[in-house]
Write a protein that binds this ligand. Sequence first.
Ligand code: NAP
Length: 260
Amino acid sequence: MDLNLKDKVVILTGATGGIGSAIARAFAAEGAKLAISSTRQEKLDKLIPTLGIDEDHVRGFVCDATKEEQVKAFVDGAKEAFGTIDIVIANAGYEGKMSPIAAQSTEEFAKVYTLNVYSPMWLMKYAAPTLQEKKHGSIVVLASAGSYTPTALMGAYVSSKYAVAGLTKCIAQELMPEGITCNYICPGPVDTDMMRRIEHDAVGDTMTHEEAMAMFAGTALDKRYATPEEVANAVLVMSSDITAHTTGMGFNLDAIVPAH
Ligand SMILES: NC(=O)c1ccc[n+]([C@@H]2O[C@H](COP(=O)([O-])OP(=O)(O)OC[C@H]3O[C@@H](n4cnc5c(N)ncnc54)[C@H](OP(=O)(O)O)[C@@H]3O)[C@@H](O)[C@H]2O)c1
């Protein structure tokens, strides 16, 4: 099936991370034009040559997505580089440190919310007018199985993913009459550095990675983490016109039967 993504202009945050780099590779393979961001130029310099696309199809931007003015500069720079924007992917995210509520640090809680909730909001805020002018486009937000599954000690991360799912649904209501879809992806554990950090935070050195993975994937029907490529495939489908009549939806990838 042709997803018709060739030469579509994609903006993507967190492009050098586990899921972000898989998303960048997947769009590159479809011939899309990529405006990708990272907090570090050297990470972009390492990723870009591996994407296998012409120089005129990719631009890297250094952007701390917890700063509104840097998100705006990223969106403006992407539009200047490629003339337009078709697809917006809010992927950058931070899991926070596990904490009992009585010990929750306000600073850490705010750090999680700034990247996981405010940053997608700013990305949509500054990119939406371009999609609205065209009366066409798609927005995909990396939410989580945590957007509908509570987890003890992960109140900051999980509630931020509930929040960003709600935000995405509201923006979907607003933008669908203008031809713009807005959906979110809900993976359970994915095999990236983020899961390694969560494993370490939860069990320290008391388990091997394999043992921790068996525990975290224990509720998945197939008893494994998702691969970043499986997440990227879902992002591509929800970005394409194949799902042009679907909006405000969470695409669950966790292979778990939800409790509700
Ligand atoms: N892994 C999982 O199990 C899982 C499950 C469900 C949902 N998710 C969601 O999927 C998304 C990607 O996660 P991942 O697993 O790929 O994590 P990852 O490998 O740790 O990558 C996280 C990305 O976020 C970026 N980032 C961190 N702080 C940033 C900041 N201040 N400004 C801009 N970017 C920043 C990093 O950019 P740089 O390194 O370039 O600075 C990195 O590319 C996140 O939203 C996460 O919540 C992950």
